[in-house]
Design a binder for this molecule. Structure first.
Ligand SMILES: Cc1cc2nc3c(=O)[nH]c(=O)nc-3n(C[C@H](O)[C@H](O)[C@H](O)COP(=O)(O)OP(=O)(O)OC[C@H]3O[C@@H](n4cnc5c(N)ncnc54)[C@H](O)[C@@H]3O)c2cc1C
Length: 382
């Protein structure tokens, strides 16, 4: 298999690099940045067939763009939930009206989205969602609570998995509703403060929030099918970009180990080499699964590999720094707000990697049942 890039792809890379070098700035306000990306045509570059995308890029060029983005000093994307999760779902299941209403503002970086799936009693066991959507006139009134809703505090819209049939159970009788967030008194977003001091996700309370009936994707009662299809779009291209970020984090840990002498410890050396070798394996695994339909367990294998790898890197970063890892950044003073340096952030944030997007235990169950053919978990356990 040829993992090289063609001349055309390298031309595309040069264009992406030049644009990012001119415009990327980690301190740009995230909303302004999304609009700049949209205006320059860098959002939705893989949606050509839908007729709603921006420039047309091949799968390889999408990888190139993701790689260059990860290498640049551009801020983290706040539009990725709309671009990478909602948009492909609408392209697959949406009506023409839904596509023409919602895809252009995503491609323009003008409307941001959040994902309303998890609830206090429904995380791994998502079919336990209790948020209710009751029919009223030309729409639905939504009541209930979502939790861990990333970027809800910035989002204009939320896709909500809710029960449209009050008598239904489990994955039946659900709807996938597109809900505007600007509904004062009917939607309340409460930030969840994390161990890192930041608040990237929220609790979201719906108290009679309104969604229009024509904004139910896939039809009433089809919410589970649409919701699962959306989860399937968290695939290879973004994984490759993530690995560029991983490579840079690993390089920083190696630099620290060389500078402070930790590299002389054979255990540290061995662990660093192991991280490097495993990163190469993950890259090849991701490239291989881009080429065509992956086996039923491939996304679970990929998730298990990278989540564990990233957590071990965070632990190694702390080991390499030794006691210094427990102190604040060098330029920090006790009167300044609590702040973490890059390696402390890596350690603390990576604790979540084995939870979101399906926990390690859930991935292992999928591999056990769908790949190895082991007996299924008792009904209702997942
Ligand atoms: C950083 C981050 C961002 C997130 N962003 C979003 C978001 O934007 N929108 C959203 O809807 N959700 C989001 N989530 C929520 C995420 O999807 C859930 O945390 C995840 O599904 C796990 O659910 P839970 O937290 O309720 O844990 P639980 O499901 O209660 O699991 C607790 C533990 O029990 C284990 N477990 C559960 N069931 C089984 C089983 N059957 N067999 C074996 N072990 C089991 C789990 O592996 C885990 O270790 C986010 C989470 C994180 C950490």
């Amino acid at each position: 298999m040829d993992f090289g890039f063609s001349e055309e792809d390298e031309g595309f890379r040069a264009e992406a690099q030049a644009w990012l070098a001119e415009h990327a700035n980690s301190s740009t306000d995230r909303r302004t940045w999304e609009r700049a990306l949209g205006k320059a045509g860098w959002i939705g570059i893989g949606w050509a067939e839908s007729g709603y995308g921006n420039r047309t890029a091949t799968l390889t060029q999408q990888v190139v763009w993701a790689e260059e983005y990860a290498r640049s000093s551009a801020p983290p994307r706040s539009g990725h939930i709309g671009e990478n999760l909602l948009a492909p779902t609408l392209i697959a299941h949406g009506t023409e009206e839904q596509k023409s209403r919602f895809l252009p503002p995503v491609a323009a970086g003008a409307e941001l989205w959040c994902q309303g799936y998890s609830e206090p009693g429904a995380g791994s066991d998502l079919a336990g969602v209790r948020t209710a959507a009751v029919r009223e006139g030309e729409g639905y009134r939504i009541s209930g609570q979502k939790i861990w809703t990333s970027l809800a505090h910035e989002a204009d819209w939320c896709f909500v998995l809710a029960r449209t049939d009050p008598d239904s159970r489990r994955h039946h009788g659900l709807g996938f509703l597109l809900v505007p967030m600007d509904q004062p008194g009917r939607i309340e977003v409460r930030p969840i403060r994390q161990l890192t001091g930041t608040s990237d996700f929220n609790e979201v309370f719906f108290d009679g929030a309104y969604a229009r009936a024509e904004h139910v994707v896939g039809g009433e009662g089809q919410g589970w099918r649409v919701a699962m299809s959306l989860l399937g779009f968290e695939r290879g291209v973004s994984t490759l970009a993530q690995q560029i970020g991983f490579a840079e984090e690993l390089a920083a840990v190696v630099r620290t180990a060389v500078q402070n002498g930790a590299v002389r410890d054979p255990v540290v050396r061995s662990r660093l080499v192991r991280q490097w070798a495993e990163l190469g394996t993950m890259r090849r695994h991701a490239l291989r699964t881009l080429g065509g339909p992956a086996g039923p367990g491939a996304p679970s294998v990929a998730k298990l590999l990278w989540a564990g790898w990233h957590q071990r890197l965070g632990e190694l970063a702390m080991q390499v720094r030794g006691a210094a890892a427990t102190a604040g950044p060098e330029d920090w003073s006790p009167s300044a707000p609590y702040r973490l340096d890059a390696s402390q952030q890596l350690f603390l944030f990576s604790r979540a990697d084995t939870v979101y997007g399906g926990s390690d235990q859930v991935q292992r169950t999928i591999i056990a049942e769908r790949v190895l053919g082991l007996p299924r978990e008792p009904k209702g356990a997942l």
